[in-house]
Design a binder for this molecule. Structure first.
Ligand code: HAM
Length: 415
């Protein structure tokens, strides 16, 4: 018996009927971002492993457990990209974009790869739209990015979305805070989950992410990073909040907002959609003022976000009536016997004129061809007659009229 192949675990096929909504998500993002001066950049799907190890952070789940890493024939260690930010920064430095007027605003989209346990909304290959603004520490950059993500989400009509906002301060404040937090957690170590205990040294912030009851009790009494921010960071955060208020963006302050990536400094944010279950994060991002230096560049402040295309598609699919009915378009040319030979030439002529057109390719009888016209979603059927005339039938009203097939392109081109 022959083996039955399936798409690999955590991956899926996007069937033709599901491509429209995904296309729309990228289209709307493209329009919103390009209107704001973001320029599209294309990036490789794999990079040197060290870029992500250093960029995303050695202690993160992503680097420790989720990377698809392989060795190429030349013995180099490569990794399928788990996210875009490190690659965008690599490209910025590699192409000397620090010489351009700052900030440099870039966006990209495509597939990303993380070896996570698959569940609804969590896949091993998933899609993001990603936007990065590199080279300015102005709080206006953070606010502009949040406004743009907000506009994309609103234009797509995603309902039930909340914006969570926090600040992580600078790397130095955070390091001092992490020591304080570690001491707090250690003082009640026996109450913590094993996972949090094991990662106490590497990443104590993850304790805030835990579902474990004992851990939650300990973090409830933990010191808050927002109370430890340096005056400049606190001022930056105030400015971000003030501008969001001025622009009418609703948000909730989340002092324990931890993101799964190590490079964040100052502002962090996440968009959650309540319709989705456990995997409710439809996008997130923040400022990463230390990353470019970490990757060998000069000190360069930057900020960005990524939206999860698959999760937004899921959220839209759950909203009744979000997808407008597909409008009937174009023409299906129906022909029998010898007339079939004329049909392909006619369809080709129509297509070249930009009119959506199709014909029967499977030898169906007249009735079968009319059904096929319906499946094709044609606005009209053009039925060729033996006497070189054609009947044009409106597929919705059933109204018919006779015409010369030679005038079909002209007739269908006029509104
Ligand atoms: P992230 O929060 O890891 O951030 O991912 C952003 C979004 O991608 C998530 O909110 C989620 O919608 C989607 N996503 C992530 N992992 C999966 C998965 N396994 N399956 C389906 N969807 C997923 C970043 O990636 C940062 N690079 C964002 C950023 C840009 N920060 C600064 N600049």
């Amino acid at each position: 018996m022959s083996e039955k192949f399936k798409a690999p675990r955590g991956t899926f096929d996007v069937l033709p009927e599901d491509t429209r909504v995904r296309h729309r998500i990228v289209e709307v993002s493209s329009r919103v971002l390009e209107t704001a001066g973001y320029r599209r950049i294309g990036l490789p799907i794999f990079e040197e492993t060290a870029l992500f190890a250093r960029g995303v952070g050695e202690s993160t789940d992503i680097v420790q457990k989720q990377m698809f890493t392989f060795e190429d024939q030349g013995g180099r260690s490569l990794t399928l990209r788990p996210e875009a930010t490190a690659s965008v920064c690599r490209a910025y430095l590699e192409h000397g974009m620090q010489k351009l007027a700052q900030p440099v605003k870039l966006w990209t989209d495509g597939p990303f790869f993380r070896h996570e346990r698959p569940q609804a909304g969590r896949y091993r290959q998933f899609n993001q739209v990603d936007a990065e603004s590199i080279g300015s520490d102005s709080p206006l950059v953070d606010v502009e990015l949040i406004l743009l993500a907000n506009d994309v989400i609103a234009d797509l009509g995603v309902e039930g979305v909340r914006l969570k906002l926090g600040s992580l301060g600078t790397l130095a404040t955070r390091a001092a805070y992490l020591d304080e937090l570690r001491d707090h957690l250690r003082s009640r170590e026996s109450e913590l989950s094993e996972d949090v205990r094991n990662r106490l040294d590497a990443n104590p912030l993850r304790a805030f992410d835990a579902d474990h009851e004992g851990t939650r009790a300990v973090t409830a009494d933990a010191p808050s990073l927002l109370d430890r921010l340096d005056p400049e960071d606190a001022e930056h955060f105030d400015a971000v909040r003030g501008e969001l208020d001025r622009n009418g963006v609703a948000y909730e302050i989340d002092p324990t907002l931890v993101r799964g990536l190590d490079y964040y400094t100052r502002t962090v944010f996440e968009f959650d959609c309540e319709r989705l279950g456990a995997q409710s994060g439809i996008g997130g991002g923040g400022r990463y003022d230390g990353l470019l230096e970490q990757l060998g560049g000069p000190p360069t402040p930057a900020c960005g976000w990524a939206l999860g295309v698959d999760r937004i598609a899921l959220a839209l699919a759950q909203q009744a009536g979000a997808e407008p009915d597909v409008e009937r378009r174009g023409v299906f040319v129906v022909a029998e016997g010898d007339d079939r030979k004329r049909a392909l030439a006619l369809v080709t002529e129509l297509r070249r004129a930009g009119i959506r057109a199709d014909l029967d390719l499977a030898g169906r009888a007249l009735k079968g061809q009319m059904k096929q016209a319906d499946r094709f979603g044609a606005r009209h059927a053009a039925i060729l007659d033996a006497d070189r005339k054609a009947t044009l039938r409106d597929m919705t009203s059933g109204e018919e009229r006779e015409l010369d097939p030679a005038t079909l392109v002209e007739t269908l081109s006029s509104p």
